[in-house]
Ligand binder design. Structure first.
Ligand SMILES: Nc1ncnc2c1ncn2[C@@H]1O[C@H](COP(=O)(O)OP(=O)(O)OP(=O)(O)O)[C@@H](O)[C@H]1O
Ligand SMILES: [Mg+2]
Length: 278
């Protein structure tokens, strides 16, 4: 048993490198290349997160963020290393871990012909939340997320993508999970909705002491809500610190500095935000 909400120890995950399999090979080199033609999407990552911490993971497309989140959520198997969530090993105690976590991604799935309210009531019934309690929680949650409560009985297919994203986030907190895994929760949202979701995350943490792991391409967002951030590049964590410490480290005299500047200083790469096209 350790005292961390999440502990990740030297975790690796490789995938087949499709770009290397195009060339025809003889039998021996084909056999050899079965081990060679793989690349590490997550390449020896270790970190520990405190209870109630909001931990951000930043990195360019393909750097390994979602792969890491999927492993923590028990959706993908580990290749090497270990992960524990609230002291439970994600392999040995998978069921216990699943009871404590919820994950939100940009491609949330719903019953599109049903309304937001019906989708959430359905989720609540699966989780075993009593009907009356579910009803009041749904109204409260969607209200805090600034969703128009007059529209929550319309079919979800009428909702914009951003509105559906808010419903997905609302669904994830119905059961008050102790660990919330948010994979780009605000990508594609308008500035006002982004703020709504960020405030909501802060509120959930404040009221339930929920631990949050969040990936984002929005540096301002990371700066605003994360206690600490890690920058991941080609499957490796190349820095891990508080936003304030990172900025102080790279700030030149009397200059203002953003996390984007810090990212450039550390990686030598411009951080390009990658908003989804509507
Ligand atoms: N199931 C899979 N099979 C093969 N390759 C995969 C698989 N899942 C991820 N990858 C590869 O692993 C690398 C890391 O992908 P991942 O989705 O973790 O990146 P990411 O940091 O989440 O990127 P983004 O910012 O675009 O969401 C990429 O090169 C990706 O193509
Ligand atoms: Mg991703």
């Amino acid at each position: 048993m350790n005292n961390y909400a999440v502990k990740v120890d030297n975790v690796f995950k490789s995938f087949k490198d499709e770009t290397k399999n195009k060339i025809k090979k003889d039998f021996l080199s084909a056999l050899f290349s079965r081990t060679q033609n793989r690349f590490y999407a997550v390449n020896g990552v270790s970190f520990a997160i405190d209870y109630g911490e909001i931990f951000g993971i930043l990195g360019q497309n393909g750097s390994g963020k979602s792969t890491l989140i999927r492993m923590i959520s028990t959706l993908l198997t580990l290749e090497k290393g270990s992960i524990s969530v609230f002291g439970y090993d994600i392999v040995k105690d998978e069921y216990k871990v699943k009871q404590h976590i919820n994950r939100v991604t940009v491609e949330a799935s719903f019953f599109k012909k049903l309304s937001a309210f019906e989708n959430l009531m359905y989720a609540a019934s699966i989780y075993g939340v009593p009907r009356d309690e579910a009803k009041s929680r749904i109204n409260e949650i969607l209200g805090v997320l600034n969703l128009d409560l007059n529209r929550i009985h319309e079919p979800l297919e009428n909702f914009s993508r951003g509105m559906q994203q808010k419903v997905a986030i609302g669904r994830a907190v119905l059961t008050s999970p102790s660990l919330l895994l948010l994979d780009e929760p605000t990508t594609g949202l308008d500035p006002k909705s982004k703020k709504d979701v960020q405030s909501f995350i802060l509120k959930v943490r404040k009221t339930n002491n929920t631990t949050v792991i969040l990936t984002t391409h929005d540096m301002e967002e990371a700066d605003r809500i994360c206690d600490r951030i890690a920058i991941i590049d080609k499957g490796k964590f190349i820095t891990l610190n508080t936003p304030a410490n990172l900025k102080n480290k790279f700030r030149k005299e009397n200059e203002t500095i953003s996390l984007e500047d810090v990212f450039f200083e550390i990686t030598g790469k411009e951080f390009k935000s990658d908003e989804l096209e509507e």
